[in-house]
Design a protein around this ligand. Structure first.
Ligand SMILES: [Zn+2]
Length: 151
């Protein structure tokens, strides 16, 4: 019996289908299985609000139990710290260029969802002023800012 072939969505190899795997899109290589898992998780986060909320909650619990994680990480991974410091300088300079758009201002940050969560917080009210005006001005325009994700 000739087995049906499929092309792996990750490595692109053409392989015989495993009859035990329904709708097989990935081969069994470790990197391809990791890609499949990442794809599933990305899709799940986009489409399942309960999964998203559960993940956020478990991350917050983990963060509260590991408050010094990044401090220890930076202490133990000096090369990464120095590399990131250099790359951040480049990102900062890119941001200051006159042709860089505001929507790109936060796209290079490591923790993108922090800014989005902050901007989506309805309890925060922003005022918009012309650049060089007295901040105590009472008739400033009141507005709500919404984060726009670029996916
Ligand atoms: Zn593969």
């Amino acid at each position: 019996m000739k087995r049906e072939m499929f092309r792996c969505a990750c490595c692109g190899r053409c392989l015989p289908r495993d009859p035990r795997v329904k709708n097989q899109d990935y081969c069994g290589q470790k990197k391809c299985q990791q890609a499949r898992k990442n794809q599933w998780q990305r899709r799940k986060l986009e489409t399942d609000p309960d999964y998203r909320a559960g993940k956020k909650e478990s991350q917050q619990i983990w963060q509260s139990k590991n408050k010094d994680y990044w401090k220890r990480y930076r202490k133990n991974n000096l090369a990464s710290v120095l590399r990131n410091r250099q790359l951040q300088k480049v990102r900062d300079q890119q941001r200051l260029k006159p042709d860089s758009q505001d929507k790109q201002a936060h796209t290079d940050l490591v923790k993108k969802d922090a800014l989005i969560a902050y901007l989506n917080d309805n309890s925060i009210l922003y005022t918009v002023h012309p650049a060089a005006v007295d901040l105590a001005k009472k008739d400033a325009l009141m507005t709500k800012m919404n984060a726009i994700t670029t996916r």
